[in-house]
Design a protein around this ligand. Structure first.
Ligand SMILES: [Zn+2]
Length: 335
């Protein structure tokens, strides 16, 4: 499934994400040389509808089309087929950011492909790894890390002062590369929002010019560090909606305005239908359901039992079904 290239395929830089399939037969790993030989690894379009990463990579590659890159660059273009349809993944595909080494999912073909990418980058002595995403709710730009090492935090802080540390879900790109080098996931807001591509380009440019990671620790006042304590899902069999009184779960209509707001105990997220036994699925990092600890359902009202900050809350019903409703986080100190 994977095709590797040692130069840019002709015509690639002229194509939007949806038309990459006209040049690429599928997922592609493109190795380009640079002055520093250990490569920066960048992955884009693991989710087919999230094109900020591709647009940023395109801009960097156009800029260096006639000049040497400051550092070698290996670009992985992930779900070309889903990009053609403008969706996160096709119905018969796994999520391309859940099948990297460490994954708990089946899907042997895709897992073997991601293993091949990791092996290729290990052999090249990868310098750092960046996985670029968008999301669907109202979220600020932020970086995620899967390790609380200083080099990881330095890399994250180059993108945003908001940094999220998580170890679940498993099988994500950044967790796989954390075994090899400093690795981050970038969340660049909704696709198409003004400034997103520019922000990603500035970050990539800074990474390409980084000769090494600073030895001193990140200053605590330079980042706001949050830890993901739970992933929240809507049970498959339950109906849901926003300001939809007939659904099993009726969320408040402006739910995504709660993103990255530190919510107080008692904050109301919605209600379950009168007498319904339906509950949100709330799993912690050890995959244990902690729903009853975090949520109260008194008189059908869904409220928080403790202060928490949501991220990635979305009103996109397909994303909620395919991925999750949100993550819940708490602030932690910088190590
Ligand atoms: Zn994504």
């Amino acid at each position: 499934m994977l095709t590797q290239y040692k130069s840019l395929p002709d015509g690639l830089l002229d194509l939007p994400a949806a038309r990459l399939g006209e040049v690429l037969p599928g997922p592609a790993l493109i190795h380009l040389p640079g002055r520093h030989t250990l490569p920066l690894f960048v992955s884009v379009l693991l989710h087919g509808n999230e094109d900020t990463g591709w647009l940023a990579a395109q801009e960097i590659l156009r800029k260096y089309a006639a000049a040497e890159l400051p550092r070698a660059l290996s670009l992985f273009i992930g779900n070309v087929a889903a990009a053609r349809s403008g969706v996160r993944r096709l119905d018969d595909q796994p999520d391309y950011n859940r099948v990297w080494p460490g994954s708990e999912e089946a899907h042997p073909a895709e897992r073997a492909m991601m293993q091949e990418v990791v092996d290729a980058m290990r052999a090249r002595g990868v310098f750092a790894s960046i996985d670029i995403h968008n999301n669907t709710g109202l979220n600020p730009h932020y970086a995620c890390v899967n390790r609380l090492d200083q080099a990881f935090l330095h890399l994250a802080a180059l993108f945003s002062r908001i940094v999220v540390y998580f170890i679940r879900p498993r099988g994500v790109q950044s967790a796989a590369f954390a075994e090899l080098c400093p690795a981050v996931t970038l969340e660049c807001g909704k696709p198409g929002t003004p400034g997103s591509v520019e922000h990603a380009v500035l970050f990539l440019e800074a990474c390409l010019h980084l000769s090494e990671f600073p030895a001193h620790p990140v200053a605590p006042h330079d980042i706001d560090l949050f830890h993901t304590v739970a992933t929240v899902k809507v049970p498959e069999q339950a109906s849901f909606g926003f300001a939809a009184p007939d659904a099993d779960i009726d969320f408040v209509s402006e739910l995504d305005h709660f993103n990255f707001r530190e919510l107080a105990r008692g904050e109301r997220l919605g209600r379950v239908r009168e007498g319904s036994p339906v509950r949100l699925q709330v799993r912690d990092e050890n995959d244990i359901d902690i729903g009853m600890r975090l949520f109260d359902y008194c008189q059908g009202e869904i409220t928080l039992r403790q202060p928490l900050m949501p991220a990635m809350l979305t009103r996109d019903e397909r994303v909620i079904r395919q991925d999750c409703l949100c993550y819940l986080m708490e602030r932690i100190g910088v190590p």
